[in-house]
Design a protein around this ligand. Structure first.
Ligand code: SAM
Length: 345
């Protein structure tokens, strides 16, 4: 890694960082209470907004003024309205809306874990009771419900890369390990009628995945498999395994254990697709996303981390796969790694 010149730190920037959580709180409160959806219907006074949202007028006035202060609303006389762009990004019904990602990226569980980050740093792992490795972690329901807003481009990339390979096979049986919303598998099924998906996750998450399968019109080709991905018999053999946004929850050793189980459930000519935050040779100031994501893994798991490309190579090889082809989309921090089952010669 080569050293880069850092910009001069200013007092304003320090103050901004100290108080940054207040902006997050305002944004997520506006979204959770429905302020942006309400004002999408037209400019309105605070009392009117309060009545429509069934919340307190004093609280509403303070919130709306603060949302003006941070540039998310405009005020003309006593009428509040959306700023340009809010209709597109913050109104829940709009096509490009990212509003629901507050439930994923600014969840109560993440806030609770980050409040005690110093203790996690002292101990080198999570110190909260409810975290990513808790079997019935309620956060995964919100993730399965709302993270779909961030999944499309990567799911389509995988479908594009595998299109020829899938078309050449009479049937394509897919095991989606820790499927969450299930969209990676269901996107393949929606593209290719010969795809059948086995969706593995905890039971409370599979109920939500089933709704997404229904919405995409593929539910009749989806088989749910409820259980612990480290314990439950995986069935198979499958043509393809998806292990997306999962391995960074675990140490390299534990992730290799999971990949080895998956390799054992694949056909000899089967393929593996991994999606995850991946650390490259770029330093944190040039490629911040995987390093910042590792903070969440520190706060939320025993030994998870954004693995390096070299670590993924070692995991793939040890678990019985070839080296991966790596794909990346612009402005998306996750990388897609696609490998084949390796054959001993
Ligand atoms: C970050 S989400 C990833 C979901 C989806 N694969 C994606 O890429 O968006 C992690 C998923 O792993 C599931 N999970 C975590 N530990 C698990 C385990 N031991 N067995 C089965 N599923 C597990 C969670 O319920 C959650 O749906």
């Amino acid at each position: 890694m080569t050293a880069t010149a850092s910009p001069q730190l200013t007092k304003d920037r320090v103050f901004g960082l100290i108080q940054g959580y207040r902006n997050t709180s305002l944004l997520r409160t506006g979204i959770r209470l429905g302020v942006f959806d309400c004002l999408a219907e037209g400019p309105a006074g605070a009392a009117d907004v309060a009545e429509r949202l069934r919340v307190d007028p004093r609280g509403t006035l303070i919130l709306l003024n603060a949302l003006v202060a941070i540039g998310l609303l405009e005020l003309d006389g006593e009428a509040f309205s959306l700023v340009s762009g809010a209709e597109e990004w913050l109104v829940s019904g709009s096509a490009g809306s990212v509003a629901n990602l507050v439930h994923v990226l600014a969840s109560d569980w993440e806030w609770d874990a980050l409040k005690v980050l110093d203790e996690a740093v002292r101990r080198g792992g999570t110190v909260v009771d409810e975290q990513a490795e808790t079997p019935d972690f309620r956060y995964w329901e919100d993730f399965a419900t709302y993270a779909t807003a961030a999944t499309g481009p990567t799911a389509n990339l995988i479908a594009d890369v595998l299109a020829g390979w899938m078309a050449a096979r009479p049937t394509v049986d897919v095991l989606d390990v820790a499927c969450g919303h299930g969209l990676y598998g269901y996107t393949l099924a929606a593209r290719e009628p010969s795809v059948r998906v086995c969706s593995l996750d905890w039971p409370h998450v599979l109920d939500i995945a089933a709704d997404h399968a229904e919405r995409l019109g593929v539910r009749d080709r989806v088989q749910p498999l409820a259980g612990d991905m480290f314990q439950t018999p995986l069935g198979g053999p499958y043509d393809l395994a998806l292990v997306t946004n999962v391995l960074h929850h675990f140490s390299e050793h534990r992730a290799t254990e999971l990949l080895s189980r998956v390799a054992g459930a694949l056909k000899p000519d089967g393929k593996l697709v991994v999606v995850g935050f991946t650390v490259t040779d770029e330093p944190p100031d040039r490629d911040p996303a995987p390093y910042l994501f590792s903070v969440l893994m520190l706060a939320w798991t025993k030994a998870g981390v954004g693995h390096t490309e070299h670590a993924y190579d070692r995991m793939f090889t040890s678990a019985g796969f070839t080296a991966a082809e790596v794909y990346r989309l612009p402005n998306i921090p996750m990388r897609v790694l696609i490998a084949d089952r390796a054959h001993s010669s």
